[in-house]
Design a protein. Structure first.
Length: 156
């Protein structure tokens, strides 16, 4: 009997993902170094990608090839994601977090995490997961800025 795997289950090798996307293995490794994607590393050291990772990479490729956004531009957009607001990080931890105080890269690339995120797995964190879809950055920022939209009635 066939059981469907969750989209977050790492199943694809780096070679398979490279073939599916029409890119080189080197390109995928570069995206990882730049903090655009976080593949799972098996005990053997091999990278494994989930369907979520594949969707994220498709969005990145579209941003590069269609929208003409550079890799550095994509990294900077991810850097601006207000992770502290999304996960409700306490002020004390936020002030000690390099993702809040600096512009070094997306929060999931911060080498030394604040106390709040120390035990969190970045691949499973809603900040990383929710920003895998194309267009989700802008939508999530709008939601954070206006969490309870009110309907405006016409006075005509």
């Amino acid at each position: 009997m066939f059981h469907e795997q969750p989209h977050s289950t790492p199943l694809f090798t780096i070679g398979t993902v490279a073939r599916l996307l029409g890119v080189s293995v080197h390109t995928l490794r570069m995206y990882e170094r730049k903090g655009l994607v976080l593949p799972m590393h098996a005990e053997s050291g091999h990278r494994l990608y989930s369907q979520h990772d594949l969707d994220r990479l498709k969005c990145i490729r579209s941003a590069i090839n269609v929208d003409k956004i550079s890799i550095e531009g994509i990294r900077r957009v991810f850097t601006l994601i207000p992770c502290w607001a999304i996960v409700n990080c306490p002020a004390g931890d936020r002030d000690a977090c390099p993702a809040y105080t600096g512009h070094c890269g997306p929060c999931w690339t911060a080498g030394e995490k604040g106390n709040f995120c120390r035990e969190r797995q970045c691949r499973e964190c809603e900040v990383y997961v929710k920003f895998a879809e194309c267009g989700s950055v802008k939508d999530k920022v709008k939601e954070l800025l206006n969490p309870h939209p009110t309907s405006q009635k016409s006075s005509i």
